[in-house]
Design a protein around this ligand. Structure first.
Ligand code: FAD
Length: 401
């Protein structure tokens, strides 16, 4: 039996591990945290991107990839991880709210939504197109001094905590997966004949182990590990730490008035009414806690840990309430808010305020294979299961070739 190592038990790594088990291949799944799905896959917004935010991608490739992955997401994870209905909890649909200080005019946003709608109708018979919000609803929900228009879309977010719990259960029930939590991958070496030696740190010390095939799904540590075996990134990567704020048990009277909304286009943020009584908020100007083009994200995490929680929460509420006035009432829940977030990895060098930044696209994502080292750039939560499955297929082919 070949010795297969999967590095990182996020959505990409877990998808690859379960698919390999279905193909009759055993693997060892390494994770530095105490349980799987503890990284970006448990701490993100959970939006299943239909492609609407990629209006500034001139090639259109990003929104095609996202649309296809989002349409397939729910069925894919439900079948792969044998999830129960309660493991998949969806938010209310997102309104795309065009700010008066948007980098793109409302006409350009509307044209983009139209072309994504047309494509989605062609791949999903049950798809319901976006609709402009009537003036009365617009002024009832948003501050029209700062908001020009809004479109109701069918896009939703999935509750990442519930999904992560369901996936963790599936991993523990799969005998072909040996889960090694509390194990940090320090480095890797390529030995002769495509054998890879991993350097591991555990509570009881450090050791090395060899494997015949490695799937690198480490997300914010992926490029560092690729570099250990001599693989260069195809271009500069930018890592940004983005914090998020969770309000649990929001009173129903307030909850019913809080829309799920994405403010476009530029350095704004999102509000998500998660469908279980909780609300997610991220306001980019306050929640972006740092960025680096270094391939080691550890300093970025340390920098993020220094943030003052009170000003993060209150500054974010004030930021979004300028556009969505009802959000101001979240101040009453500020003392119990939970702070989450994590590192976002993408190609490019500059932030989203730069119109030519590569952050406006998600190109060149997916699986790269060199010998029996398979590196998975999951790109987004939306695309992570599909690329995890693709990594497993590459692994099977590499071993049978
Ligand atoms: C705040 C925020 C909001 C986001 N919102 C969205 C969204 O709405 N929609 C969307 O599609 N995407 C979103 N994303 C992106 C999304 O979260 C990621 O693309 C996706 O979760 C990555 O999955 P993954 O499996 O590749 O990585 P992860 O889930 O991060 O898994 C990698 C695992 O590797 C482990 N690991 C890392 N280094 C080591 C090491 N050296 N040794 C051992 N283990 C290690 C980590 O602990 C982690 O569990 C967001 C990201 C953030 C941070």
């Amino acid at each position: 039996m070949p010795r297969i190592a999967i590095l990182g038990a996020g959505l990409a790594g877990c998808s690859a591990a379960v698919r390999l088990a279905q193909l009759g291949l055993s693997s060892t799944l390494f994770e530095q945290a105490a349980r799987p799905m503890s990284g970006a896959s448990r701490n993100n917004e959970g939006k299943l991107h239909l492609g609407f935010v990629y209006a500034a991608d001139p090639t259109g490739r990003s929104w095609h990839v996202m649309a296809e992955a989002a349409v397939a997401f729910e069925t894919c994870v439900r079948d792969l991880f044998s999830l129960r209905p309660q493991d998949i909890c969806l938010s209310t649909p997102f309104a795309y709210t065009v700010c008066r200080d948007s980098a793109l005019p409302p006409t350009a946003i509307e044209a983009h939504l139209d072309q994504v709608d047309t494509y989605l109708r062609s791949i999903d018979a049950g798809y319901r197109a976006c609709q402009a919000l009537p003036d009365r609803d617009l002024s009832g929900t948003f501050d029209t001094d700062h908001v020009a228009t809004a479109f109701m879309t069918p896009e939703r977010a999935v509750h990442v905590g519930r999904l992560a719990d369901g996936i963790t259960r599936a991993i523990s029930k799969t005998p072909a997966i040996t889960l090694r939590t509390g194990t940090r991958i320090l480095g890797a070496d390529r030995l002769a004949d495509e054998v890879y030696q991993l350097r591991l740190a555990q509570a009881d010390g450090q050791r090395s182990e060899t494997f015949d095939l490695v799937i690198n799904a480490l997300w914010d540590d992926r490029l560092r590990l690729d570099a250990c075996i001599g693989l260069d990134a195809p271009g500069p990567a930018i890592m940004r730490y983005k914090a998020s704020i969770l309000f649990d048990a929001v009173p129903p009277d307030l909850l019913n008035r809080l829309p799920s909304t994405t403010l476009v286009s530029g350095a704004f943020g999102d509000l998500v009414n998660r469908g279980d009584g909780s609300v997610y908020l991220s306001w980019y100007p306050v929640c972006k806690l740092g960025q680096t083009t270094d391939i080691d994200a550890r300093a970025l995490r340390e920098q993020a840990s220094l943030v003052d929680p009170e000003s993060l929460v209150n500054g974010s509420i004030d930021g979004i309430a300028r556009y969505v006035p009802v959000a101001r009432e979240l101040h009453q829940l500020a003392p119990t808010a939970r702070i989450g977030g994590g590192v976002i990895v993408a190609w490019g060098q500059t932030d989203i305020t730069d119109r030519s930044s590569k952050l406006h696209a998600r190109e060149n994502i997916g699986v790269e294979q060199t010998g029996r080292w398979i590196s998975v750039n999951s790109g987004k939560f939306t695309t992570a299961p599909a690329f995890g499955l693709a990594a497993a297929a590459s692994a099977r082919d590499a071993l049978s070739g």
